[in-house]
Design a protein around this ligand. Structure first.
Ligand code: AMP
Length: 220
């Protein structure tokens, strides 16, 4: 693939779900900074505690911390053929840092905006649940599990509601997105590296559109 696919979209746009599908079906590693930060929950270090606090509030973890984590993770062998970034970059500084990393690693960047109307996002975020064992994402409104509150594959585990999916944090996360991340859409568009998919409709329709873009060799 030889590229870094950057998925840009507001919280709740479905980037994570789609990136996971691409990983499952196409074997392209999905790197989610949000997932990596959530995994730090089990660590009892000052940095891990600080990250948890920032996440709970809906604000962003400092750029340097985030960059170091992305650089480490994408330096592993499985990323040699390219990878998908879900939730990174989220600020102008991060976008700049990613340019350097892409050059170092010899990859081109393809940004894809996953577009979902604002009214829909709130419902999606507050209805979101995930399996603590495999990370599968459900939604009590649009993608309920077969048995209420239980993962289809790990029924022993009760589905979890993310600590930052409450209304207050969701408000902060959407505002942070508007202020800091949304400008990156123009940044990638202006350099001819942006494509767009609609994030509404069926999971499979969105996936089909996304897969086409990701696998396309020549970016128009
Ligand atoms: P997500 O799962 O992508 O919605 O991320 C959850 C939370 O992790 C965000 O609200 C931030 O606190 C933190 N986070 C994830 N990605 C980044 C990033 N690229 N830069 C800074 N903070 C991030």
């Amino acid at each position: 693939m030889n590229k870094i696919v950057v998925l840009i979209g507001a919280p709740g746009a479905g980037k994570g779900t789609q990136a996971r599908l691409l990983e499952e079906r196409k074997g392209i590693p999905q790197i989610s900074t949000g997932d990596m930060f959530r995994e730090m929950k089990t660590l009892d270090t000052p940095l891990a505690r600080e990250v948890q606090e920032i996440m709970r509030s809906g604000k962003l973890v400092p750029d340097e911390v985030t960059y170091r984590m992305v650089k480490d993770r994408t330096s592993r062998d499985d990323c040699r053929g390219g990878y998908i970034l879900d939730g990174y970059p989220r600020t102008a500084v991060q976008a700049e840092q990613l340019e350097g990393l892409a050059t170092e690693q010899g990859f081109e960047i393809l940004a894809i905006e996953v577009d979902v109307p604002r009214e829909e996002l709130m419902r999606r975020l507050t209805g979101r649940r995930s399996c603590p064992v495999c990370g599968e994402i459900y939604n009590i409104y649009s993608k309920p599990p077969k048995v209420e509150g239980r993962c289809d594959l790990h029924p022993e585990a009760e589905l979890a509601h993310r600590a930052d999916d409450n209304e207050e944090s969701v408000g902060t996360r959407l505002a942070t997105y508007d202020e800091q991340t949304k400008p990156l859409i123009d940044y990638y568009a202006n350099s001819g590296r942006l494509s767009k998919v609609s994030g509404t409709g069926s999971l499979e329709d969105i996936y089909a559109e996304l897969e086409k873009l990701v696998l396309r060799r020549i970016i128009n």
